[in-house]
Design a protein around this ligand. Structure first.
Ligand code: 3H9
Length: 701
C-alpha cells in the first residue's frame, strides 16, 4: 500500500481509497495501487465485495495532465489503464465505485470498469478530454455507449460537458444515488450485491447500437461549435467504432486515435491553456497568506454598456450594487438593458423569472453618491477620458470608507495618474472588464505603482468570485490586451488600405480560428471607443509614423459600427452585416490621396501581418514586465479576445510557428513598412538562440 492508495475494511467489504490530492488524478502509482488493492482483496477470504472511492474533495478527476507533456516529449512512455479496468470487471467479488465531486476523463473510465457505480446527488460525471484536444484513451468511448447509449455517449465524448448524477442514473451510467454518507451507502450497496451473488455485470459485455443520425448530427454540430478542432470529430469516430467493432478491437482503435490527438499541436495548445488559466492566479510575491479584504457591497459608476455588465457580474455573485449615473435618462436606459439581458436568459431557461427579480432587487439605481461610504469596492465605468476619471476619483476619495477599493474600468489610461487624484493610491487598482462584461471571462487587473498587495489579492479573489479569469498586468497605455490589439487592428487596417477588402481580412482571420475578424470586432465594440482613445493620445504619437486612416473617417461620418447600423459594414435590423460600397469608395479615396499603391493581398499575409504584430508587441510587453509571463498574455487573448484555444494564445502560437520564422517575417515587414515593424529585442534574442517563449519563461522564473 502506498500513500496514494489506502486499503481498509468495513466488515466484509474491502475499501480502496484514492489519496492523491487535490483532485485524485491518475498519477504514476495510482492505477498500480488500485490494481494492488484488487489483488489483495481478491485473496482475502474475509472480503466478499470491494468499494473504490476517492478521498478528499473528489473521486478521480482524470489522468494526470502533467504527465502528457512527458509522454509527448519522449521523456516517458504512457502506461495504460486498461488492465486495471479489466481486472475490476473480471473480479469474482463485486466492485462498487463510489463517486463524489467529479468523475472526469480517466476517472469515469475507471468507474466504468467497476460492476456498479453509486454517487452522491451533487456528483458530476464526464469525459472532458476534448477540452484538452484529446479523446478518452482508456475505453471511455467504448464503455460509455455500451452503458448510456450512443446518443448521450456521443454528446459527452464529443463536447466534453459533464452530466449530473440524476441524469447519469437515468442513463444507466450510475446504479444508485446515495443520500447521506457516501462510503456507508456504497458499503451497504456492495453487501447487497454480494448477497445477491454473481455473475456481476460487465459494461464491456453489453452492446452499443449504432445510430447514423446521431453521429451525423454530432459531426455537423461539432463543425459549427468547435470550428477547426480535430478532437470532437475524432471522439465521434471512436464512439461510432463501439457500434461496429468488438470491445477489444474498439479499445485498440480508440488508443490509436487518442495518441494521434495527444501528439497534435492542438492538444499541446489546449493543455497549455488549461494550466495557463491556473498559472495566472499565481503571483510572485503575493502568496496565499496575503490578507484579503471582504467584498460584501459594491458601487458602480456609469450605467453604460460596461457599467451595466459589471453591475450584473456583482449581483450574479450575490453582491448588492449601488449603480450611479449622472442623468435619469442614462440610468433608466442602463437599467432597461440589464433587465433585457436577464429576460433573455430567463427566456433561454438559464434561470427563473424569480431569480431575475432577486438580482434586479440587488441593484440600487441612483444619481447621487448616497451610500458610497458603506461599500467595499467602487468601480468606475465612465467614459474613457482622464479629466473625467480624475474628477470622479477625487470625489469618491472624499466619500469612500477607509479600506474601500477604488477600481477603474479604464481600458487604456494610466492607473497611477488616476490614483494621483486620490489621497490613497494604495487602494486604487484597474479592473478592466471586456465587453460584454457579463459574458467575457477575462478580467485584466492593473497594478499601479502604489497598489497594495492586499488590494491585488482581493481583486484576484474577486475575479474568481465573479466567475472570471483574473490576470494581473502592469500599468502602461492599453495594458496588455489593448496595447497588443492596437497593433493587430493597425495591421488589419493597413492591409485594407493596401488592397484587401474588409471582408477578406475578417474572413481570413475567422477561418484561421479567431471568433471574429478584427474589423467586424471593431464594429461590435463600437468604433467610437478607439476614436476617442486615439484623440486622447494623439499628442503622444511619434510624428511621421504611418497611422490608419479609414476608421477615424468612418467615425467622422457617424458610422460607429453595429450600434449605428453602419461601420466597416452595413447592418440590417437583425445586425446582419453586408459589405458597403460606401466603405469601398472611402478606402479608394483615402488611399489614392495618400498615394498608397493597391495590390492583391494573400490570406497568408493577412495572418502573418496581424498575428506577428501581436507577438512582437507581446515580446515588448514581456521585456517591460507589463505581463508576468508569456502564458499571462496567452490567457488574456484566449479569454478576452476570441483567440482560438487550440492555438494556445499568441505567444504559444509563435512558439509553434518557431520564433526564427516569426522574426524573419518581422524583419521583412520592417524592410517593407518601416519602424513600426522593428522586431522586439526579446524576439530577436530568442530567435537567434533558437528558443521559445515557453523555454525563456522557465529560465527567467
Ligand atoms: C484523461 O483523463 C485522459 C483519459 O482518457 C486517460 C487516458 C489514458 N491532472 O481546477 P482546479 C490541478 S484527461 C493534473 O483549480 P477546481 C490543477 O492544475 C483528463 N492536475 O480545481 C490545480 O493545480 P494548482 C480529464 C490537475 O476545484 C489543482 O489541480 N480530466 C488535474 O476548480 C486544482 O484544480 C480533466 O480534464 C489533472 N487531471 O476544479 C479534468 N485536474 O492548484 C481537469 C486538476 O497547482 N480538471 N489539476 O493550480 C478539472 O476540470 C478541474 O480541475 C476540476 C476541479 C473540475 C477537477
Amino acid at each position: 500500500m502506498s500513500d496514494l492508495i489506502i486499503f481498509s475494511k468495513q466488515g466484509s467489504v474491502g475499501v480502496i481509497t484514492v489519496n492523491n490530492p487535490p483532485v485524485n488524478a491518475l498519477s504514476p502509482g495510482v492505477p498500480e495501487g488500485i490494481a494492488d488493492g484488487l489483488k489483495q482483496f481478491a485473496e482475502d477470504a474475509e472480503v466478499k465485495a470491494i468499494v473504490l472511492i476517492g478521498g478528499g474533495r473528489t473521486f478521480i478527476a482524470g489522468a494526470d495532465i502533467k504527465e502528457f507533456g512527458k509522454i509527448t516529449s519522449g521523456a516517458k512512455r504512457e502506461s495504460t489503464l486498461l488492465p486495471v479496468m479489466l481486472a475490476m470487471e473480471d473480479s469474482a467479488k463485486p466492485v462498487v465505485v463510489a463517486i463524489h465531486g467529479t468523475a472526469f476523463g480517466g476517472g469515469l473510465e475507471v468507474a466504468m470498469g467497476g460492476h456498479y457505480r453509486v454517487a452522491v446527488p451533487s456528483a458530476l460525471v464526464g469525459q472532458p478530454e476534448v477540452k484538452l484536444g484529446i479523446i478518452p484513451g482508456a475505453a471511455g468511448t467504448q464503455r460509455l455507449p455500451r452503458l448510456a447509449g450512443v446518443e448521450l455517449a456521443t454528446k459527452m465524448c464529443a463536447f466534453g460537458e459533464p452530466v449530473k448524477a440524476d441524469v447519469a442514473l437515468a442513463a444507466g451510467i450510475l446504479d444508485r444515488i446515495i443520500d447521506g454518507d457516501l462510503l456507508t451507502g456504497a458499503v451497504a450497496f456492495a453487501n447487497e450485491m454480494a448477497d445477491k451473488g454473481g455473475p456481476y455485470p460487465k459494461p464491456r459485455d453489453r452492446t452499443a447500437t449504432g445510430n447514423a443520425a446521431v453521429f451525423a448530427e454530432a459531426r455537423a454540430t461539432a463543425k459549427k461549435t468547435h470550428r477547426n478542432q480535430a478532437a470532437p470529430l475524432a471522439a465521434i469516430d471512436a464512439v461510432e467504432l463501439a457500434t461496429t467493432l468488438p470491445f477489444a478491437e474498439g479499445c485498440q482503435r480508440e488508443r490509436e486515435i487518442f495518441e494521434k490527438c495527444l501528439f497534435s499541436t492542438q492538444s499541446k495548445a489546449m493543455i497549455h491553456s488549461f494550466f495557463g488559466e491556473r498559472e495566472v492566479a499565481k503571483i510572485p510575491g503575493i502568496g496565499k497568506d496575503t490578507p484579503v479584504r471582504e467584498i460584501k457591497r459594491a458601487a458602480v459608476i456609469g450605467a453604460g454598456t460596461m457599467g451595466g455588465g459589471i453591475t450584473m457580474n456583482f449581483v450574479n455573485a450575490g453582491i448588492p450594487v449601488i449603480l450611479k449615473e449622472s442623468s435619469s435618462e442614462a440610468l433608466e436606459r442602463g437599467l432597461a438593458i440589464i433587465r433585457k439581458n436577464y429576460s433573455n436568459s430567463v427566456a433561454k431557461g438559464r434561470f427563473s423569472a424569480e431569480v431575475m427579480e432577486q438580482r434586479m432587487a440587488l441593484i440600487t439605481p441612483q444619481l447621487t453618491y448616497d451610500g458610497f461610504d458603506q461599500v467595499d469596492i467602487i468601480t468606475e465605468a465612465a467614459f474613457e477620458g482622464m479629466a473625467l476619471k480624475k474628477e470622479i476619483f477625487a470625489a469618491i476619495d472624499g466619500i469612500a470608507k477607509p479600506g474601500c477599493i477604488l477600481a477603474s474600468n479604464t481600458s487604456t489610461l494610466s492607473i497611477d495618474e488616476i490614483a494621483s487624484a486620490t489621497s490613497r493610491p494604495a487602494d486604487v487598482i484597474g479592473t478592466h472588464y471586456f465587453s460584454p462584461a457579463n459574458v467575457m471571462r477575462l478580467l485584466e487587473i492593473v497594478r499601479g505603482a502604489a497598489t497594495g498587495s492586499d488590494v491585488i489579492a482581493t481583486s484576484m479573489g474577486l475575479a474568481k468570485k465573479l466567475n472570471k479569469v483574473g490576470v494581473l498586468v502592469g500599468n502602461c497605455r492599453g495594458f496588455v490586451g489593448n496595447r497588443m490589439i492596437h497593433c493587430y487592428g493597425r495591421e488589419a487596417q493597413f492591409l485594407v488600405e493596401e488592397g484587401a477588402t474588409p471582408q477578406q481580412v475578417d474572413a481570413a482571420l475567422y477561418q484561421w480560428g479567431m471568433a471574429m475578424g478584427p474589423l467586424a470586432m471593431g464594429d461590435l465594440a463600437g468604433l467610437d471607443v478607439g476614436w476617442r482613445i486615439r484623440k486622447e493620445f494623439k499628442h503622444l504619437e511619434k510624428p511621421g509614423l504611418r497611422v490608419p486612416m479609414v476608421a477615424d473617417e468612418l467615425c467622422e461620418m457617424g458610422r460607429f459600427g453595429q450600434k449605428t447600423g453602419a461601420g466597416w459594414y452595413l447592418y440590417d435590423d437583425k445586425r446582419k452585416p453586408s459589405p458597403d460600397p460606401v466603405v469601398d469608395d472611402l478606402i479608394g479615396r483615402l488611399t489614392a490621396g495618400a498615394g498608397i499603391a493597391r495590390r492583391t493581398i494573400s490570406d497568408e499575409e493577412i495572418i502573418e501581418r496581424t498575428l506577428y504584430a501581436l507577438v512582437n508587441e507581446g515580446a515588448r510587453i514581456l521585456e517591460e514586465k507589463i505581463a508576468l509571463r508569456p502564458v499571462d498574455i496567452d490567457v488574456i487573448y484566449l479569454t478576452g479576445y476570441g483567440f482560438p484555444v487550440y492555438r494556445g494564445g499568441p505567444m504559444f502560437y509563435a512558439d509553434t510557428v518557431g520564433l526564427p520564422e516569426v522574426y524573419r517575417r518581422a524583419k521583412e515587414f520592417e524592410a517593407q513598412h518601416g519602424e513600426l515593424w522593428e522586431p522586439a529585442p526579446l524576439l530577436k534574442k530568442l530567435a537567434e538562440e533558437g528558443k521559445t517563449f515557453t523555454q525563456w519563461a522557465k529560465e527567467v522564473s
